[in-house]
Design a binder for this molecule. Structure first.
Ligand code: SF4
Length: 453
């Protein structure tokens, strides 16, 4: 494993989309062209089902490992105008979408959604759904909860509206690591929020852990997983820390490169956690996720219904994800679009009646073919090459780039079927890279992506 990690730990995408963001071609995507892709989605799939992601960007303090689009402030006067803008953005879309959408899932991400008062969040969802509450069987509602500012009122009011899932940002319980990443949250505080959520009736609680953090050692991950197991969350995400200081600037430069576990030392943190989680009944799902057998993520993985989009893994296989809020990314299957990343500019544009996208990509036939292969690999660890390729030599190119992985027993090729082996699972991002025509055509990869392991 050590040699393989050293060989394959190269910069590469996490594949929440294909083409990946650095290869999007439309720096000034036209709104009409974007709306056409949404209406095409409805026409081709004969479905109005959609997922909604709402980005709530404010945080009270900066965690130095963070790669999210956020604004740090303690001024809560920002809440109301921001929520007003998100509601308006939704109205801009509903007035232009030529069908009646059904929201199958909604997720509050951030930033820190629980920075906002419970009443502001409820005002937002009531306006979106035009309803006082939602049947959780009809629509899956979830939110990211920061253990330091999630109140009983948040948990109660969101549950009453119809929310049944939440994910708690944990990272690591070691005081040394918490200090290095400027995020102090003792286990007792997390337990209080977790227990309250269970008592209220949330049916799926996820804990988000991170491996590869500065100053994190094997003893820290063991202790963090042991503590996590005492609460038995339904899902556990074990994300690889993405070190991208050229994107995030000083926020991630608050510690030294030498503080970061590297290559096989970093991978060992994941492998140790995996052994501990699997021995307690958790099933490894796709890349860096675990779930108990009863959880819908595990059920979807076994049934090969798992889907992946900008929100990560999801059980709702909608082919239209609308992202609202500053920096949010949308995916209409035939196109991607990203919103303005400056909060004030986002609010201003929405208030002027503009759909605030600033860049995107319209997918070609070859993009669509490759995106399906990569999605299959990320969700099910296998894919089947189409009988007819969308451009000549596409399959030959993929097969030739797969040869190294084949020699290392990381994949199997049987006719048109390509399967990631058990040994190859840690390297699934590398397998996807063999399918990635943009990467194959590009010479420059440095400072584009974090490393794959
Ligand atoms: S990790 Fe979460 S709470 Fe911390 S700065 Fe990033 S978005 Fe904000």
């Amino acid at each position: 494993m050590k040699n393989l990690v050293e060989k394959y730990n190269v910069p590469g995408p996490r594949y929440t989309s294909y083409p990946t963001v650095p290869f999007w071609k439309n720096n000034a995507l036209n709104v009409d062209a974007w709306m056409t892709t949404i209406n095409r989605n409805h026409a081709e799939f004969n479905s109005g089902d959609m997922s909604l992601y709402i980005h709530l960007p404010y945080c009270e303090s900066l965690c130095t490992f963070c790669g999210c689009h956020k604004r740090i402030t303690k001024n809560h006067a920002v809440e109301e105008p921001y929520i007003d803008a998100v509601i308006k953005e939704w109205q801009h879309y509903t007035s232009r979408i030529e069908f009646s959408p059904t929201i199958k899932e909604l997720h509050f991400g951030g930033g820190t959604p629980t920075f906002f008062q419970a009443d502001e969040l409820i005002r937002l969802v009531k306006s979106i759904f035009n309803a006082e509450s939602i049947d959780p069987k009809e629509s899956e509602l979830s939110f990211e909860a920061h253990p330091n500012n999630t109140t009983d009122e948040h948990l109660q009011k969101l549950h009453t509206f119809g929310f049944r899932r939440l994910s708690l940002g944990i990272q690591d319980y070691s005081p040394t690591v918490q200090q290095a990443i400027n995020r102090i949250q003792p286990f007792e505080d997390v337990k209080k929020v977790h227990d309250k959520a269970r008592e209220i009736g949330y049916k799926s609680i996820s804990h988000d852990l991170v491996f590869g953090l500065p100053k994190q050692r094997i003893g820290d991950i063991i202790d963090t997983v042991e503590k996590t197991l005492t609460l038995r969350p339904d899902r556990i995400a074990l994300y690889s820390y993405a070190h991208v200081p050229w994107i995030k600037g000083n926020g991630q430069r608050g510690y030294d490169e030498t503080d970061l576990p590297q290559d096989s030392e970093k991978r060992a943190l994941y492998e140790r956690a995996k052994i501990m989680l699997e021995s307690e009944g958790y099933i490894e799902i796709g890349m860096d996720h675990f779930a108990l057998e009863h959880d819908e993520l595990a059920i979807a993985f076994k049934a090969k219904n798992l889907h992946r989009n900008f929100m990560g893994y999801t059980t709702q296989n909608t082919k239209f994800l609308l992202g609202l809020g500053m920096s949010a990314i949308s995916d209409s299957w035939f196109g991607f679009a990203q919103n303005e990343k400056n909060t004030e500019a986002y609010i201003k544009q929405v208030n002027e009646g503009i759909i605030p996208i600033f860049r995107g990509h319209l997918l070609s036939d070859v993009d669509l073919e490759i995106r399906q292969y990569i999605l299959d690999l990320m969700c099910h660890f296998e894919t089947i090459l189409a009988e007819e390729e969308s451009v000549p030599s596409l399959h030959d190119g993929i097969k030739s780039r797969l040869q190294g992985l084949l020699k290392d027993d990381l994949i199997k090729i049987e006719g048109r079927k390509i399967t990631v082996t058990e040994k190859g699972i840690p390297f699934v991002r590398n397998c996807c890279m063999a399918f990635d025509q943009d990467l194959a055509d590009s010479k420059e990869r440095k400072n584009m992506f974090s490393k794959t392991i």
